[in-house]
Design a protein around this ligand. Structure first.
Ligand code: ATP
Length: 302
């Protein structure tokens, strides 16, 4: 098995006040292995984005640990180390319209990271690097001088991807990178991400609110519900053998290609099951983890 690139241990991110906390992320634990894509899936508001933002240090976390290449990101005080984390971990955002400054050219957007890090003092080297990144994401070198608003949604997301690649990171958090795009463009962006992963040995945390596209990109999938992970396993396992009723419900919402079968099948509604029993992690099959009480697992795993 590949090395662990990232270890998230009992991560908590609470907002609000101590008397009225919003437990956006409430004790999640998972690893991300070098070169893999871990899909993080769950409905709106379950804490996916907060997880991504906490990992990348956009927030000071409430509790837990985030260990990247063996170093605790949130405990680190060394400026050099923090700079290195910033370089190695990048984020691609959902909305390519909101996340790119329309008053900047594609070249300026892509170069922002390496300008801050003081790379490429030489103008030609800088321009060449921008051009290489544009080509790597399927755009033309000449696009460097166009403004963000002159591009289509899919092209903008490609610029967002080029920006994320600009410092040669090893780990990318893609926060619903295709949700705002036309369906016809979504597969192109997923294919691009896959191609770049192979070429650059990237590791992804791919956040999505449904399971439809995640299947094509993820090696493993973690299903999140109300700030916690409820099921985690190989992508095929999660698709073919879901155990947690919430995962089953999410799967029943994935549209099927055949319209006849699609019309016949019923959507499984999930209703939250309160329990006073202790929630534990159960390895129901090798590398397939389900979170629930002993009795719940007995009931679900038949
Ligand atoms: N900065 C914040 N301050 C207060 N509450 C927040 C903050 N960020 C997120 N929350 C709350 O935390 C919960 C989880 O939000 P989060 O955005 O992580 O969910 P999500 O699964 O990514 O949803 P979406 O797909 O809609 O972005 C929500 O109830 C949200 O309102």
């Amino acid at each position: 098995m590949a090395n662990k690139l990232l270890e998230v241990k009992n991560l908590k991110q609470h907002f609000g006040t101590s008397s009225n906390p919003i437990k956006a992320v409430d004790g999640i634990t998972f690893d991300v292995f070098e070169g893999e894509t871990l899909g993080l899936v769950g409905e709106s508001g379950c804490g996916k984005s907060t997880t991504g933002r906490s990992i990348i240090r956009l927030y000071d976390i409430t509790d837990g640990q985030v260990i990247f290449k063996g170093k605790d990101i949130h405990a680190s005080k060394s400026r050099q180390e923090l700079k290195e984390f910033n370089r190695e971990m990048q984020m691609i955002f959902q909305d390519p319209y909101a996340s790119l400054n329309p008053r900047m050219t594609a070249g300026e957007i892509i170069a922002e990271g390496f300008d801050i890090h003081g790379l490429y003092k030489n103008k030609k080297e800088r321009r060449d690097h921008i051009g290489d990144l544009l080509e790597a994401v399927g755009l033309n070198r000449e696009h460097a001088n166009r403004y963000a608003h002159e591009f289509s949604g899919g092209q903008r997301q490609r610029i967002g991807i080029a920006r994320a690649l600009s410092l040669n990171p090893s780990f990318i958090i893609a926060d619903e990178p295709i949700s705002a795009l036309d369906v016809s463009i979504q597969a192109q962006v997923v294919n691009l991400l896959k191609k770049l992963q192979k070429e650059r040995n990237l590791t992804y945390l791919f956040i999505a609110h449904d399971l439809s596209m995640v299947k094509y990109i993820s090696d493993r999938i973690a299903v999140m519900y109300r700030g916690r992970i409820v099921e985690l396993g190989e992508a095929d396992e999660i698709y073919n053998n879901p155990i947690h009723p919430y995962t089953k419900s999410l799967l029943s919402a994935v549209p099927l290609p055949d319209p006849l079968t699609e019309r016949k099948r019923t959507r499984i509604q999930y209703s939250h099951e309160e329990t006073t029993e202790e929630i534990k992690v159960h390895e129901v099959l090798p590398n397939h983890f389900v979170y629930g009480s002993d009795n719940q697992i007995k009931k679900w795993f038949k």
